[in-house]
Design a protein around this ligand. Structure first.
Ligand SMILES: Cc1ncc(COP(=O)(O)O)c(C=O)c1O
Length: 369
């Protein structure tokens, strides 16, 4: 029986009538841009996370660009970020005009290592972008302390971690700003693109609000070179139906992760580890396997979703060649790139399917060939 890597529709199949009603209401209203649903979603997400301010934008990449720009980060500045993340993290830093400086990861969590961040600080550093990779919070206490000591802005890229907690508090409330993606596979999904900036400070939120709207408050007076980056009403209305269910979906993801351990997957591959103080929400269930590529291709042949995340680290991508990084510069990142493999994970993943996955890994493990 094939088991997909993710099943986006399964989690909300029972909500589709409600979703369609919400979408039809928007069509009937004729209000498509920055209307009541966007405003309400901003308030509902801010309340659920405990953020002071929330500004909805077109996607999670723009959210990072706009957060950095609103924090006055730009040309001539360095921004420290991980290399083991989706490209958008560093792409957004460069798009904001700053230079990404890549820091190595803690091999236990795949998240940026605070000691490596500290070592990368120079007198041009203006910000740290910490990614909560796969749904596991980065070491926020240590990163906040480093940011405060050096006078840097801390941005949480929480694209993969809506609902995750650090020290019992939702991620998104530790940084000067935090960014969310509502890409359809994310823990809080839209049915299209979407994103959001959470901010601690009203002035930062106000600048994001202007920057997403051509640098204007009213489309007559233009105060900044902004962009057009708005979440649309249709997505906001759909997401307001889904939002109340995300906590339950995250609990189901956590239960599925625990079940993989109970079923013995840890005897075959190295399981993800939850760091102290963190509540992981398993956007992705990423294991380590020494012969990852062999395992991945055998699993795929067996009909099991198995995808390497992320097999070429950002510091070695062609786009960043001019930064001068070489293979070996970030050894833990490069090992993670060779060994990481995402296995099926979604809220409706059931025990029978997980038994299939574990059996397939057992049969496919190179040592057992
Ligand atoms: C860590 C991370 N940052 C940023 C993004 C960008 O989000 P979006 O696809 O909504 O632009 C993603 C999306 O995959 C992501 O995983």
């Amino acid at each position: 029986m094939p088991v997909p890597l993710m099943d986006i529709r399964g989690q909300y199949a029972h909500l589709l009538d409600e979703v369609k009603r919400a979408a039809c209401d928007v069509i009937d209203s004729g209000r498509f841009i920055l209307g009541p649903n966007v405003r309400a979603l901003e308030e509902e997400v801010a309340e659920a996370v405990g953020a002071h301010h929330a500004v909805a934008v077109a996607n999670g990449t723009d959210a990072i660009v706009l957060a950095l720009e609103a924090l006055m980060v730009g040309p001539g500045d360095e921004v420290i970020c991980p290399s083991h993340t989706f490209y958008a993290t560093a792409e957004a830093v460069a798009r904001a005009g700053a230079q990404p400086v890549f820091a190595d990861i803690d091999p236990a969590t795949f998240n940026v290592d605070p000691a490596a961040v500290e070592a990368a600080v120079t007198d041009r550093t203006r910000a740290i972008v910490a990614v909560h990779l796969c749904g596991q919070p980065a070491d926020l206490a240590a990163l906040r302390e480093i940011a405060d000591r050096h006078g840097l802005a801390l941005v949480e890229d929480a694209a993969q971690a809506y609902g995750a907690r650090y020290d019992g508090r939702p991620v998104g409330t530790f940084g000067d700003a935090a960014t969310l993606s509502f890409f359809p596979s994310k823990n809080l999904p839209a049915m299209g693109d979407g994103g959001m900036v959470l901010a601690r400070d009203g002035d930062v939120a106000d600048r994001v609000r202007m920057l997403r709207f051509h640098g204007s408050r009213d489309k007559r007076v233009f105060e900044h070179v902004g962009m057009n980056s708005r979440l649309d009403e249709m997505q906001a209305a759909i997401m307001r139906v889904l939002l109340p269910h995300v906590q339950g979906w995250n609990e189901a993801r956590r239960a599925a992760a625990a079940r993989y351990a109970d079923l013995g997957l840890g005897e075959l591959v190295e399981l993800p580890r939850e760091a102290r103080c963190t509540t992981h929400v398993y956007h992705l269930f990423v294991v380590r396997a020494a012969e990852r590529d062999v395992l991945a291709s055998r699993l795929r042949d067996a009909g099991i979703g198995a995808v390497p995340y992320y097999s070429t680290p950002l510091h070695l991508q062609p786009v960043f060649r001019s930064l001068g990084y070489r293979p070996g510069d970030l050894p833990d990142t490069e090992r993670a790139a060779r060994e990481s493999l995402a296995l099926p994970m979604f809220p409706t993943l059931d025990e029978a399917s997980q038994r299939e996955v574990v059996a397939a890994v057992r049969a496919a493990a190179p040592a057992a060939a």
